[in-house]
Design a protein around this ligand. Structure first.
Ligand SMILES: [Zn+2]
Ligand SMILES: [Zn+2]
Length: 399
């Protein structure tokens, strides 16, 4: 376990210097919740720290990775540690940001109207709010709720993993670094591997999953680009965690769902996976819907039987990634309940001794397709392609 994943965002090679903002107010309290218990509760915040995140407590994190200031935030299902400074607000993104601020202001009245930028505390509160919203979205698509996951495995009940957080024992964690150097030092400290790009890790002894993101490249600097990238990574961790991360889920499903979740946040956003950047140079279409439609109409769409055999993200390639995303959208939109049961079956396989087993996942997928739909992989191809041809990815009609 402790498999290494690498998330790569196609990036411009622009390195923006990070201005350390050491100031007299460095230890000031959060200006939004003021660490007031009633306000924090209203905003779903358990603490601003210090906390233990990953394998380190705040003191060790700050000592080993000194930055201007680390901020922390813990919610019901998530923990964040952020070394980030301010985020700009793209004028084209104003409306969406204002809507988010309005939601946050319902809990925290001091959240400003039309700020010029998002300061570190505001970013963190927005990320926490949206993180819990995304957790709820993911639970809804799985058709589960918190109460479905006992703290310990219940031998007499259907297998749901080993803990309360989708089957893991502890919360999901996001660590945001100001530089790639810090990210590399951080990932090395617990995994032994220095990685350049976003990194996901399962701590076997601690039974929790963490995402570490180097927020250095231009397209990740502001929250507009950063948040969908975090959602992509969290989608992988949530699916892996579901009924405990005992084996890797099929790549096409894992990546198709992460792409679908990322694009629900921002249709233009695209996170490229690849072990050590093997897909870094692959160009992906800006509009996946148009690309999928073209692929199907050309008769050259990959078959599900091929996708099922992909062993890692690079094997999916461009067409495979587009097809995996498109099939996932089809299942989410036209077969939501069956898709939830399909995922439930894929993630909870036990061997004859009742031990989680990732054996013969292609065979398991065929069995589940048959059970849920009466489909072979070719039948799914046909149903999916018919849906695409009938305008499945057509943009919604503007009123
Ligand atoms: Zn606060
Ligand atoms: Zn991915």
């Amino acid at each position: 376990m402790g498999r290494i994943w690498v998330g790569v965002l196609v990036v411009l090679a622009i390195v923006v210097g990070v201005a350390a903002q050491k100031g007299e107010k460095a230890e000031a309290k959060c200006p939004y919740c003021h660490e007031d218990p009633a306000l924090m509760k209203a905003a779903g915040v358990l603490t601003h720290g210090p906390i233990k995140i990953g394998d380190k407590d705040s003191e060790e994190l700050e000592r080993t990775l000194p930055v201007a200031r680390w901020l922390y935030l813990e919610t019901a299902h998530l923990r964040f540690a952020s070394a980030l400074g301010d985020s700009g607000i793209d004028q084209k993104d104003r409306e969406r940001v204002e809507a988010e601020l309005t939601r946050l202001r319902a809990a925290l009245p001091d959240v400003p109207v039309k700020p010029k930028k998002l300061d570190p505390f505001l970013r963190l509160h927005l990320q926490a709010m949206k993180g819990e919203e995304f957790y709820a979205r993911f639970q809804a698509l799985l058709g589960v709720k918190d109460a479905d996951f006992p703290a310990e495995r219940d031998i007499d009940a259907p297998y749901m993993g080993a803990g309360r957080f989708l089957g893991e024992k502890d919360k999901f964690e996001v660590v945001l670094h100001v530089s790639r150097d810090n990210h590399r030092r951080y990932t090395t400290s617990f995994s032994g591997v220095a990685v350049n790009d976003s990194f996901r890790w399962h701590f076997p002894g601690l039974h929790k999953l963490l995402v570490s993101v180097p927020v250095e490249d231009a397209d990740l600097k502001d929250d507009r680009g950063l948040w969908p990238h975090i959602v992509h990574n969290l989608s992988h961790t949530f699916l892996c965690a579901y009924k405990h991360f005992s084996y890797d889920p099929p790549v096409w499903i894992d990546e198709g769902l992460a792409e679908a979740m990322e694009k629900e946040i921002d249709p233009q956003s695209r996170t490229t996976e690849g072990e050590e950047g093997s897909l870094r140079d692959t160009r992906f279409p800006a509009d996946f819907g148009a690309a999928a439609t073209k692929l199907v109409q050309s008769g050259k769409a990959p078959r599900l039987a091929e996708l099922m055999g992909a062993k890692d993200f690079s094997e999916l390639g461009q067409n495979g990634s587009v097809a995996a995303w498109s099939i996932t959208r089809f299942l989410l939109e036209a077969h939501a309940e069956k898709y939830a049961r399909f995922l439930a079956g894929l993630k909870g396989q036990l061997d004859a001794n009742g031990t989680p087993s990732g054996e013969d996942l292609p065979g398991l997928q065929r069995k589940l397709l048959r059970e849920q739909w009466g489909w072979s992989p070719a039948d799914l191809d046909e149903a999916w392609q018919a849906w695409v041809k009938a305008g499945g990815h057509a943009p919604p009609v503007k009123r």
